[in-house]
Design a protein around this ligand. Structure first.
Ligand SMILES: C[S@@+](CC[C@H](N)C(=O)[O-])C[C@H]1O[C@@H](n2cnc3c(N)ncnc32)[C@H](O)[C@@H]1O
Length: 271
């Protein structure tokens, strides 16, 4: 049974403009507040994580992102490393549809790349998160694009966080490595072939899904704010790789909140 104040009540009381879907212990909530300069409230299904977030003074409420309150309304929503934890593509679609229903302007998604799994497997390699027990749904970009279309999003923009250029990358493991591993450790995982990837292999994507046209994205990153996409498009150029990957590192280095570091989160503008 869910206890404590309702999500709507906390949104109202805190004057939150966004909800962080699957906020866990609240790290992504705090990160998104820093990046956007807006107040937010998190929602997560894991009671223990919610309790830990609340113990740290972070406004995270217990609940499922598959069934948000009927009368909830916020300006935007975020889902940072969450959709892959849902049980199926159907659930991912429900979660995105729920975000579409409650968020007036846009949804920001961080999603690990599961694309090119077969290609890597043929090279006897994999990224460590493709064999991770919590990652139950390996949505590919085409799956996500279909979902955005069906829920009635008016625009979307996808930016890879980082290109993995060769097998030496720490995120790449030999495919014989056991499940639930982190970065490559030769002692545990054995040798890797030395291969330079001919095709782009990405780490994760940051996705801005627009619900209004144009998106007046004020989610701080200037590259998105200037985009104002007027039709769906995908951006997968390497020169766009930038702010999201650095954002996490910078936020960690800054202890999440040091204001003087926030400028360091900004990336170069895309052309
Ligand atoms: C990898 S964690 C990400 C946590 C947080 N967004 C961050 O980046 O720090 C994924 C989170 O999704 C939550 N989650 C999974 N299914 C959910 C659901 N149906 N409703 C709400 N949260 C869910 C899990 O409990 C977990 O905390």
């Amino acid at each position: 049974m869910t206890t404590g104040p309702s999500l709507q009540a906390v949104v109202r009381e805190t004057g939150a403009e966004f909800i962080d879907l699957g906020a866990g212990r609240g790290d992504s909530l705090v990160a998104s507040m820093v990046v956007s300069g807006r107040r937010g409230v998190g929602v997560d299904i894991d009671r223990n994580k919610v309790a830990r977030a609340q113990a740290r003074g972070r406004p995270v409420v217990e609940g499922s992102i598959l069934d948000l309150p009927a009368d909830l309304e916020v300006r935007f929503a975020t889902a940072d490393n969450v959709l892959e934890h849902l049980a199926s593509l159907d659930e991912v679609e429900v979660a995105v549809a729920e975000a579409r229903r409650v968020a007036r302007e846009f949804l920001v998604i961080r999603h690990p790349s599961f694309d090119d799994e077969e290609h890597l497997e043929r090279l006897h390699l994999r990224r460590y998160w493709t064999d991770w027990h919590g990652h139950r749904c390996h949505a590919l970009l085409p799956d996500l694009l279909g979902i955005f279309e069906r829920v009635g999003a008016v625009s979307w923009e996808i930016r890879p966080t980082r290109r993995i250029v060769d097998a030496a990358d720490p995120a790449i493991l030999p495919s014989v490595a056991p499940p639930d591993q982190q970065v490559y450790d030769a002692a545990c995982h054995g040798p890797k072939p030395s291969i330079r990837f001919e095709r782009p292999i990405y780490e994760a994507y940051d996705i801005l899904v627009g619900f209004t046209d144009p998106v007046t994205a004020t989610f701080a990153p200037p590259n998105l704010a200037t985009c104002r996409v007027d039709r769906p498009r995908i951006v997968l150029r390497d020169e766009d790789v930038g702010w999201p990957a650095r954002r996490r590192r910078d936020l960690r280095a800054a202890g999440f909140l040091a204001a003087d570091k926030v400028g360091g989160l900004r990336a170069r503008r895309s052309s």
